[in-house]
Design a binder for this molecule. Structure first.
Ligand code: SF4
Ligand code: SF4
Length: 274
């Protein structure tokens, strides 16, 4: 279960308000206590916005102090508000450094796992970093089908179930939409050293003009470039451990009960395989 929490109260209550304008932090913390009481697995979903982006360690340490085992940092990018991508990149790097120094094998952070997935030859879990879109179509009550909930607009309608089967829509229109993420990459992405990690990000966020290109670059490009470049040496270290192990054992990947190649000291199944 995902729990939306943007950090300690003073940061969370800047944006997460009731209709009456009251902060929701204490209610979220009550919800968290219930989840813990009934041992319901949960992840922290932290939206990163202009109120908390300058406080990465305060946010991350707060999550650690409340016992969060898994967390995702979701940048705000919408028509009315966009996180500063340079600051978001610095945020992710600061969290990564803290995690690497103290928390490998203790806490799991979604975007770090995405980087390690690339290093160990696995596909991304997050669609934004996958090479192609198209696995999460939306079906409206009237039967209209769209490729993704970020593209529920007339221009992106794939068809209607009264006229075409879902199978046909997925095979033809949805896969075409999905491939466009890759075939429509802006030029800077094609030569970017972070391409395998980032794949240009979510097409809905391709909002900034690319240099010398008609296609637009992802608003979050500076953040992704900064973060993935920053953790590249670590990812390469994990990759080389992974490859060495595979060579030694003549198997790939390591067994579920083998030590995790990221060096956490935990079993692979309890660490990066999750
Ligand atoms: S458009 Fe964005 S959110 Fe939708 S599937 Fe593609 S990457 Fe994911
Ligand atoms: S970091 Fe920027 S240039 Fe590189 S692949 Fe991602 S969006 Fe494209």
């Amino acid at each position: 279960m995902g729990l939306s929490l943007d950090g300690p109260q003073r940061l969370h209550d800047q944006c997460r308000l009731t209709r009456l304008g009251q902060g929701t932090h204490s209610r979220v913390m009550q919800g968290l206590a219930l989840l813990k009481t009934y041992r319901i697995p949960h992840d922290i979903l932290c939206v990163v916005h202009h109120h908390n982006v300058d406080h990465p360690l305060e946010v991350y340490r707060f999550f650690k102090n409340i016992g969060a085992a898994y967390m995702g940092f979701l940048p705000v990018v919408n028509a009315s508000d966009k996180v500063d991508p340079e600051k978001f990149g610095a945020f992710l790097c600061a969290v990564f450094d803290e995690w690497k120094a103290h928390d490998i094998g203790r806490t799991r952070i979604q975007i770090i796992e995405e980087a390690l997935a690339t290093a160990t030859g696995r596909d991304h879990s997050l669609c934004v970093f996958r090479k192609e879109c198209g696995e999460i179509p939306v079906v409206e009550a009237n039967g209209d089908v769209y490729p993704c909930d970020h593209f529920v607009r007339p221009a992106f309608k794939l068809g209607n179930l009264s006229a075409l089967s879902l199978e046909t829509l997925i095979r033809d229109s949805l896969q075409r939409f999905g491939r466009q993420k890759h075939t429509g990459l802006p030029h800077p992405c094609k030569t970017c050293e972070a391409l395998a990690f980032c794949n240009g990000g979510c097409p809905k966020d391709r909002l900034r003009p690319g240099p010398g290109s008609e296609r637009t670059l992802n608003h979050l490009c500076p953040a992704y470039k900064k973060f993935f470049t920053h953790c590249l040496p670590f990812a390469e270290q994990v990759q080389s451990l992974w490859q060495g192990r595979s060579k030694d054992q003549k198997t790939s990947p390591p067994g579920r009960n083998a030590p995790c190649p990221c060096g956490s000291g935990k079993k692979f199944k309890h660490c990066c395989l999750k």
